[in-house]
Ligand binder design. Sequence first.
Ligand SMILES: C[S@@+](CC[C@H](N)C(=O)[O-])C[C@H]1O[C@@H](n2cnc3c(N)ncnc32)[C@H](O)[C@@H]1O
Length: 467
Amino acid sequence: MRQFPAFFNLSGQRVVIVGSGEEALRKLRLFVSAGALPVIISDHTGPAHEHEAASKAISMTMDDLPAALETARLAIVAEDNPDAIAAIRSARVPLNVVDRPELCDFTVPSILDRGDLVAAIGSNGTAPVLAKSIRTKLEALLPARVGDLAALAGRLRETVKAALPDFSARRKFWERTLTGRAAELAYAGDLTGAEAAMRAELAAPSEEGVVHIVGAGPGDPELLTLKALRLIQEADVVYYDRLVSDGILSLIRRDADRISVGKAKGNHSVPQDQIHELLIASAREGKRVVRLKGGDPFIFGRGGEELDAVEAAGISAFVVPGISSALGCAASAGIPLTHRDHAQAVTFVTGHAKAGGVPDLDWASLAKRGQTVSVYMGVGTSAAIAEKLIEAGRAPQTPVAVIENGTRENEVRAYGMLEELPQLIEAHGIKGPALLIIGEVAGLRAGPVAASVSIEASIPTQKVVSA
Ligand SMILES: C[S@@+](CC[C@H](N)C(=O)[O-])C[C@H]1O[C@@H](n2cnc3c(N)ncnc32)[C@H](O)[C@@H]1O
């Protein structure tokens, strides 16, 4: 470390900025956000500069610089101005010269500002762009409301100190509340609930953890939500399904337990009740538990049952949505599920009944034109699905798309017509997980395939594998 990082309290303090360009304005905004009272020194200002500077700072000319420096705590020179540099040096005011680290007494870091929580990334002035890119990565990881949580902790600080005079008890309290239920409530915008949770914890400390039921999306790790990523990285234990991709599992902390409760269709390797018990037992051990499920946990994912079971056991539970595979597959293949000219509705259905076979769906309604039907778990029952829809009146030539392993490296897309659906699946060796998209929109990307009439000819011989 070549420079000592410190946070200055500039509230109500004078700071001097010399310059009239965009860089001077950027520094002005920074100082204003820290509550400082900036003085802008410039002999030549443009209209945009004048407008912003007038509303946020006192504007002066170079002649006024010595007077302004008398009360200044810091000064920044944001233009080529050796006279200003000399004057600031002789007034012994700490100086920063933009883009000239060799002339600086201090450098301005890349700042991540979340209210009371601030992170500053510096590079001794050597690589500001690198510092900025690290800040951007941190920004993606930190919850948007982390500053609210920090402010709440600040408000309760004295109360907690009085209630827990012992330092290690206090630290334990903060560790539990700032990573547990209170924190999640604050991140969700419920500050009243967060404060109540902290006060309850203070009155009667609980060793209990929390359960997050998290949607992992269809497979591509970049389709995780920021919240899902944060929770995966914070978790002490992750219970995951078969459909969660390796790329996503690799994001789990190395010292966390990762436990497969993988369910393949018709092959529930860990029975649902047992999954509930595992979640509850881990939370009772005080762990941060993530139940990671493919797609969205509440779309054909039994997430609702898990939430009920965990809450019935008195454990705090939170749900994080994920991109459901119908949305991921359609986007990946460029198929709009609704379209002003072709589909005014989209319906998600399962192709797999609880007791096995085809479910008892309202086929007459699904067969109507002008809508898209997205079928989950429909590979094994595709022949019956096509038959039922055609019987109920959907045109045999209705375009279909079958997307296997959507958004993953091994994605396969097959296009054809409803009457040839099972052959299409077989011809492409599709075993699943795959999504069936039935409706006119499926033909928008299919090119000549959808226009063909002969079943044999319409089955593409080549798999469309995404890059
Ligand atoms: C038990 S359901 C879970 C659905 C999940 N909760 C969701 O929102 O996508 C499993 C079915 O989702 C579909 N599926 C999940 N991931 C998929 C993917 N990457 N590509 C295609 N279909 C997928 C398949 O139809 C699979 O049989």
